[in-house]
Design a protein. Sequence first.
Length: 386
Amino acid sequence: MTTRSWQGTAGRLLHRGRRAYRSRFLGTPISAGGTRGLVLRGRVWPGGAATPYDGAVLIDSAGRVDGIGPIGELTIPDRWPVIGSASHWIGPGIVDTHVHLGFTGLAAHVCGGVVAMRDLGTPPAKVKRWQGAARRTGVRLASSGAVLTAPGGYPGQSWGRDGYAYEVTSAAHGAEAVETMLLAGAALIKIALEPGDGWPTLTPAIVDAIVETAHGHGLPVIAHALGVDMVRRALSAHVDELAHTPTEELPASMIEQIAEAGIRVSSTLQTFFSAGIGRPALRNAAAMVEAGVPLVYGTDLGNSGTVAGVDPRELDRLAQAGLGRWGALRAATDLAACSAGFDRSLGFIREGQIARCVVLCDDPVREPGAWRAPTAVVLHGRLIRS
């Protein structure tokens, strides 16, 4: 998460009220009423570099893709209900690389077309509860556990109260903190390097210990680092990702270093624009795209200016950064699925795999606003209708 500005608002974070981690079984089973399968009809984009075509996706009662292809090459089973039409669009569900479920909810995000997400800041005691909720909805969820920070540091004095931040006092304690998050069920580790209006930050020695321990356990490390000095500290420690596009303009040499290290960056551009600090972040994003840095879709859901479900504004910001609308869509699907905590089966519709796909009333490349009201979401054998 980010603060609204750096002058006069230290520690104040705009967010929605905290909600209990509840989940229900969303939608209805495809097999309800004895149905043996489902047909999704429309302009099909299987994901990746594929070209969309007029076709259909066949999904069996277990939720697996039974067939996918052009409409003239598929045999449509009798009595399978059809959702969509030739004017609809069908594609993989969205992967959001940066959310905060403790300040929002799971169901609305899933109903809006998000089928995988990373919760970057959760009290250790709640990680497995959120994971249980995710399993019940069928969504893929990777959690970081609490944000590791310095004593008195961000976000412990603001939104990170009540266990969302974990204060680390030494290098040895940093190593212990990683193991605490691992035992809680974390799939990655998040560190905060945020000086804000005078907050203390983790020292280089502590950051090094955290990263070394995490990597020793096979856990990637993602850093909240918005300024040049803190990005430099993160790079020196060999972190794997940045949790945000930095908001202080980075020198070209640093952007090249990020590119050469293969560090992925979660975009979170729209929340910066909502806070009035988006322009320098967008310039950094554009420079990163030009340098070949993997910039992927992330919303910082739960923070100021964010909305549940797929946010067309974030997709437009990615497009403005130089990816174009097709590139933005890929940055929110197969390329986002390459981020830490996920697997690369996400972001595609493939025969034999569990279906995690969305039906929209229009082509989102032409009209990104179509994401705001999906016609249907198919996830883990269940059909969610808007």
